[in-house]
Write a protein that binds this ligand. Structure first.
Ligand code: PGA
Length: 250
């Protein structure tokens, strides 16, 4: 199995600079022997400090969004170049909270992915169905649509630089995890879509797909044991060094 697991924290709108320092300093020794890639995605204001604190460690830093334009009149937005300048490596794109509350669409996700890659950032692209969509039997339709749109115009060569996060919207922050079985089956749909878009071998060897949604120290090992699951995108449980390190060291 060529796919190296990757566990990423999504801090969302949490942590001041002082809290960032405490959390990151606590985390460094706890995850130093991790066998997976370790990433923390922080608010923009914490990025510079997170990069500084993690320099020389095995922790990588990501942002939670990025704009597609190089620069210009986009009040409140941040460009890929600005993130790269800080030493940021990853960026979450298309999180369901962006889609739900901030008008993110499949089309803007694709524009952000292209801008991120062009600047040398590694996108963590989020896809996932709502509860209504699952109950209406539309899981496959939604995931195929979101995946195809996100990867529109993206070269095969870029696959090693991209992570997909399957995050069922009904499992985020709810304490409701998809069962390992359901997560695994659903991720297989995404991988099949990638096989169709690129090639079966690329999808099998080069596409890392995380599960996200109430993943925590208790359920991490079971989820990570599933053949399709290559990692986790962790919200709530990434805010405490101890909890996050237990997920990382599943
Ligand atoms: P959660 O969030 O772990 O708190 O459910 C996951 C996410 O939204 O990325």
């Amino acid at each position: 199995m060529a796919r190296k697991p990757i566990i990423a924290g999504n801090w969302k709108m949490n942590n001041t600079l002082a809290e960032t320092r405490t959390l990151v300093e606590g985390l460094i020794p706890l995850v130093k022997d991790a066998k997976c890639d370790v990433v923390i995605c922080t608010p923009y204001t914490d990025l510079a400090l997170a990069v500084e604190l993690t320099r020389g460690t095995n922790i990588h830093v990501g942002a939670e969004n990025v704009h597609w334009a190089e620069k210009g009149a986009f009040t409140g937005e941040i460009s890929a170049k600005m993130l790269v300048e800080l030493g940021v490596e990853y960026v979450i794109i298309g999180h369901s909270e962006r889609r739900q509350y901030f008008g993110e669409t499949d089309e803007t996700v694709n524009k952000r992915v292209k801008a991120a890659l062009a600047a040398g950032l590694k996108p963590i692209i989020c896809v996932g169905e709502t509860l209504d969509e699952r109950e209406a039997g539309k899981v496959e339709e939604v995931l195929v649509r979101q995946t195809k749109a996100a990867f529109d115009g993206i070269d095969k060569e870029e696959l090693d630089n991209i992570v997909i996060a399957y995050e069922p919207v009904w499992a985020i922050g709810t304490g409701k995890t998809a069962t390992a079985q359901v997560a695994d089956e659903t991720i297989a749909i995404i991988r099949n879509t990638m096989a169709e878009l690129y090639c079966p071998k690329c999808a099998e060897n080069r596409v890392r797909i995380q599960y996200g949604g109430s993943m925590n120290p208790k359920n991490a090992a079971e989820l990570m044991a599933m053949p399709q699951i290559d990692g986790g995108l962790i919200g709530g449980a990434s805010l405490k060094a101890e909890d996050f390190s237990k997920v990382v060291n599943y």
